[in-house]
Design a protein around this ligand. Structure first.
Ligand code: MLT
Length: 311
């Protein structure tokens, strides 16, 4: 008797090596295709995605056999969780596979921003040699405000400490004992906004965090503040950001994420004090292997009847 195979749809670009547990399994058949090109969606038992695929109510209605959606990454804002619950579909993620990569990218963005490295690089490549235009500031002794202190925020704080920065954190779930142990200060959101030279957000995108930095809260920050978003587009309101970049209150912004991706707001992207990357904080060999391997193993276990860990 041959056992029926489970159909797994891998809808986004994923590390081949990470998918190996699934590809090698005799109980699973893997299809790599976008939702649009995957044919009859009602045959799939599992769906694996990154951020490019959006799992809407309509998709879930069409995927009548679906038991599990696995996000090879952290943010599950591209999955309609209410609809998934309604259809009895389990949603899992890979919560820690890309922590280091994202913290490293954020730190690289901070250093690049305050030293104007992308702008200076572009200028040198144009044949210019303008040393005056690209004067920056040191990170040493500056206060880095971290809004949201989960895995990524914690790793970032350690890197900032190595550069002898002061770290000031806002996170309602951070205990005093843990803050003391890590040698960081904590404050409420207002204090972090008022006292930081550089502010970086590391929260998920939720109703509460959408527009957390906006037309009313950005004025609380120091004139000449630098703002960083390598978390989710929209946590810093983009219209407010443009406004305060234009009037000089915000000295510069480093953005890896945008409320619409690919980024369409040319006025924001083209702003001379904005540096931008195309949502690549988690795009390293290591992180992509980690997250793909984590979700592959979990999906396999789940299909074979074991409970999901990261749901
Ligand atoms: C995540 O949520 O893990 C990141 O945004 C990375 C990604 O989308 O690949």
């Amino acid at each position: 008797l041959t056992r029926e195979r489970f159909n797994v749809l891998v809808a986004d670009q994923m590390s081949e090596e990470g998918l190996r547990p699934l590809l090698n399994s005799e109980t699973v058949h893997v299809t790599k295709a976008t939702l649009e090109n995957a044919g009859d969606l009602s045959i799939y038992d599992a769906l694996i995605i990154r951020s490019a695929t959006t799992v809407t109510k309509k998709v879930l209605e069409q995927m009548t056999r679906l038991k599990i959606v696995a996000r090879a990454g952290v943010g599950i804002d591209n999955v309609d969780l209410n609809a998934a619950t309604k259809h009895g579909v389990v949603v899992i993620n890979a919560p820690d596979g890309n922590t280091i990569s994202t913290a490293e990218h954020t730190f690289a963005m901070i250093s690049s921003l305050v030293r104007k490295i992308p702008q200076a690089n572009a200028s040198v490549k144009l044949g210019e040699w303008d040393r005056k235009a690209y004067q920056g500031v040191e990170l040493f002794g500056k206060t880095l405000g971290i809004v949201g202190f989960g895995r990524i925020g914690t790793q970032l704080a350690q890197r900032a400490k190595a550069f002898e920065m002061n770290v000031l954190v806002y996170d309602p779930f951070l205990t005093t004992t843990r803050a003391e142990k890590l040698g960081i200060d904590q404050g409420d959101l207002e204090e972090v906004l008022q006292q930081s030279d550089i502010i970086t957000v590391h929260t998920p995108l939720t109703k509460e965090t959408k527009g957390l930095l906006n037309i009313d809260s950005i004025p609380l920050t120091k004139p000449g503040v630098y703002l960083i978003n390598c978390a989710r587009g929209g946590i810093i309101d983009e219209d407010a950001l443009k406004h305060f970049l234009n009037n000089g209150h915000v000295a510069g912004a480093a953005l890896d994420v945008f409320s619409e991706e690919p980024a369409t707001d040319r006025a924001l992207v083209d702003h001379p004090h904005v540096i931008a990357t195309p949502h690549i904080a988690a795009s390293t060999k290591e992180a992509q292997l980690n997250v793909a391997a984590q979700v592959s193993e979990e999906v396999l276990q789940f299909l074979n009847g074991e409970p999901a860990r990261n749901s």
